[in-house]
Design a protein around this ligand. Structure first.
Ligand code: GLY
Length: 335
């Protein structure tokens, strides 16, 4: 069986790796552009990225989280998978009122400021309250892509696919992120995110921080090597400009939260585009009207979290396993 995958980002590579493991003759077409994975912080937040109002998506995300430890173990090398956990934080009384509704729904016990600073001494004394989520982790998407590319060595072709008719294979998996719209006609739109990378000595922070600071959402993801990722804006825009306002807003919120971040080097400013869909849930399954094509795209804010489960579900579909009932909720033709 010959399978072509259009898109060499985390989703395409993870699907490719799973197919290779199942003995499939797989080729990945990669256009050489740095996709959303290059910008992504790599938060693995099964309940932290606002899917609670969509029951099926919440189940998919929870199942995705459960698969991560085995996925990371199977890759067997250093991909920055870190299970220290996440502190969700609220800075002001208004921030707390909004956050508390979510924390109550998830039955998370509120920690006092002193308990928070025991966990993270660098937090501002102005932080009102927070909760600890033991099952919200992180991975380094850039390392993950490098390792997956390694696993698929010899199977990745540098080529920009303009039309699926160019691809000669029995099955074509489209995992082209925002480019999926042009290839399939499906409603995938780019949602711009500006993300910063700071660099300092390791050890300033241990947890992923996910905070609301004066009404502004910010996350801070510390890596073991001293890199600290700060994100992200969410803008319905297609441009790739790093803006003064975007950087200012992110830095102001992050430094309010952790004042010592002001001393770090501002090492990188980047822009990525999340592949959004009308309901911001992914498109997983066969393309209506063309049985040769399977879509694995539209993961919006959750591409890294959803990569392992997407890879398993899509590889199963390709090789003819009994379809997982979860897939029915994410049919590409549902709109
Ligand atoms: N999941 C983080 C983001 O999309 O900004």
């Amino acid at each position: 069986m010959s399978v072509a995958i259009v898109g060499g980002g985390i989703i395409g590579l993870a699907v490719g790796w799973r197919l290779l493991e199942r003995g499939v003759d797989v080729t990945v077409f990669d256009d050489g552009r740095l996709g959303a994975w290059h910008v992504a912080a790599g938060m693995l937040a099964p309940s932290g990225e606002s899917a609670h109002e969509q029951e099926a998506l919440a189940r998919l995300m929870a199942a995705a989280g459960e698969r991560w430890p085995a996925f990371a173990r199977e890759l067997g090398v250093e991909i920055g998978f870190d299970v220290t956990g996440t502190l969700s934080l609220a800075m002001t009384a208004d921030d707390l009122a909004a956050a508390d509704r979510v924390w109550t729904r998830h039955r998370l016990a509120r920690l006092r400021p002193s308990e928070l600073r025991e966990r993270e001494p660098a937090l501002s004394p102005r932080v009102r309250a927070g909760v600890y989520s033991a099952n919200e982790w992180q991975v380094d998407p850039r390392r993950l892509v490098a390792v997956l590319r390694d696993r698929l060595a010899g199977r990745i072709v540098a080529k920009r696919v303009e039309s699926l008719s160019e691809v000669d294979a029995g099955t074509v998996v489209v995992a082209a992120g925002c480019g999926t719209a042009g290839l399939t006609g499906l409603p995938v739109r780019p949602v711009k995110g500006q993300v910063l990378r700071l660099r300092g000595e390791p050890g300033l922070l241990r947890h992923v921080l996910d905070a609301t600071v004066d009404g502004r959402h910010v996350y801070v993801v510390p890596r073991a090597d001293g890199e600290v990722v700060v994100g992200a804006t969410q803008e319905e825009r297609t441009d790739s400009l790093v803006t003064a306002g975007g950087v200012h807003d992110l830095l102001r919120a992050a430094i309010d939260l952790v004042p010592a971040l002001a001393e770090l080097e501002l090492a990188e400013t980047t822009v990525g585009h999340r592949p959004g869909t009308p309901d911001n849930a992914p498109l997983l399954g066969r393309l209506d009207g063309d049985d040769r094509v399977i879509v694995a795209a539209g993961h919006f804010r959750n591409g890294v979290l959803l990569a392992p489960i997407t890879a398993d579900l899509i590889a199963g579909l390709v090789v003819g396993d009994e379809p997982d009932p979860l897939l029915a909720h994410f049919a590409p033709g549902r709109f």
